[in-house]
Design a protein around this ligand. Structure first.
Ligand code: PLP
Length: 387
């Protein structure tokens, strides 16, 4: 009765297709800015994490050219062997300075930073409590650590406290983990309350600022800056692949945390150092985030305008305080239908469906570089298309 590999995969894929969960890449054939070309069609792009428009910034490109001319392309080895360059030190210094922490450590991606940091910090005797909507990399990092894992209801501090009351005493260390801006909903974790709870129950708090960095806070440092929170028990984590406009991940925290990770974190030790071009681009991206606040202002002007236009058109968005806005829809079919209708009208807004999220929706990522007239046109079409 053993299925062949092909039969097994075919069955699994047809289940996905029946549920209308099947997904495919979209091939983009030009510069990916606030417009993109897919299948020869130019579309206004509402699917990009490049919130500030830095991924195509000329200064990031120039930094890449200069750095590759000087150091080459590949970093040739792991950080502890032959992969470490001055550029990595510079980037880690810039991140620590933005995040207002003593030190930072860069990884080849945010996903690897999360997997490695959680699994290095936590072990069998420990407890991890995570928001049920946390990013996949946080959930898989928790699994890899072999700690006991409990999920609390989304943003629900009462549920978290309840679970701590029942379970904290049975474990050695405890780590509370949360996205700062939730990647598929755009709402924000109650970080001040979470920090209070972490103090009360002697837990550490890991905050993933993937969608907060560059967007939230006066300097663009993220939600911790936005709330004015600083504490020894906080571990900041994030990506260089979103508003920073490059690729890579990081952890920011105390000197001893970084020293520990340099010696214990498998996804940092046993992989090749972040490539030269990515490192150079990220360094320039962080510098621009710190020095060009007008980009963040433009982004927030666009976010607030789109919310206002939705409101006027009676389109009810999910609660959000970030650059991610979601329009909830009845089911996957409806979400796909409206997404394709928008595409016919020149807008690229993907339908996000289960299993990525519990309920189907259109997810819009706002950029600092979107035009007011595009936002107005979009709401005009949405107002007519949505039930
Ligand atoms: C995108 C994202 C990551 C992964 O970062 P990459 O650098 O793309 O691997 C991790 N956490 C959250 C919350 C994210 O949105």
């Amino acid at each position: 009765m053993n299925d062949s590999l092909g039969q097994h995969l075919q069955k699994s894929l047809s289940t996905i297709k029946k549920a209308r969960w099947y997904r495919q890449e979209q091939k983009i054939t030009d510069l990916s800015g606030y417009t993109i070309t897919i299948d020869g069609e130019q579309l206004i792009n509402f699917a990009s994490n490049d919130y500030l428009g830095l991924a195509t910034d000329i200064r990031l490109k120039q930094a890449v050219i200069e750095a590759t001319e000087r150091y080459g392309n590949g970093s040739t080895g792991s950080r502890l062997l032959s992969g470490h360059r001055t550029l990595h030190d510079d980037l880690e210094g810039a991140i620590a300075s933005l995040k207002q922490t003593p030190k930072a450590l860069v990884f080849s991606s945010g996903y690897l930073a999360n997997l490695g940091t959680i699994s290095a910090l936590m072990g069998k005797k420990d407890l991890i409590l995570g928001d049920e909507y946390n990013h996949s990399s946080l959930k898989n990092g928790a699994k890899l650590s072999q700690a006991s894992i409990l999920e609390y209801q989304h943003l629900n501090c009462e549920d978290l406290v309840d679970k701590l009351n029942k379970n904290r005493a049975n474990h050695r260390h405890c780590l509370i983990i949360t996205d700062s801006v939730f990647s598929m909903d755009g709402d924000i974790a109650p970080l001040p309350e979470l920090l209070d709870i972490a103090q009360k129950f002697d837990c550490w708090l890991m905050v993933d600022e993937a969608h907060g960095t560059g967007v939230m806070g006066k300097q663009g440092a993220g939600c911790l800056e936005h709330f004015g929170l600083k504490n020894e028990r906080i571990i900041q984590i994030g990506t260089l692949s979103k508003a920073v406009g490059s690729l890579g991940g990081y952890v920011a925290g105390s000197e001893i945390l970084i020293d520990f990770l340099r010696n214990r974190c498998p996804t940092w030790i046993y992989t090749t150092a972040l490539s030269i071009p990515d490192t150079a681009a990220a360094l320039t991206g962080i510098h621009i985030i710190r020095t060009e606040a007008h980009r963040r202002h433009n982004l927030w002007t666009n976010i607030n305008l789109l919310k206002k236009l939705c409101n006027q058109a009676n389109l009810t968005l999910l609660p959000s305080d970030s650059a991610i806005l979601c329009l909830p829809l009845k089911d996957a079919s409806e979400a796909l239908f409206i997404s394709s209708k928008l595409r016919d009208n020149g807008f690229y807004i993907p339908a996000i469906r289960p299993p990525t999220v519990p309920t189907s929706r259109l997810r819009l990522s706002i950029m600092a570089t979107h035009n007011i007239s595009d936002l107005q046109k979009l709401i005009g079409i949405l107002g007519k298309s949505c039930p």
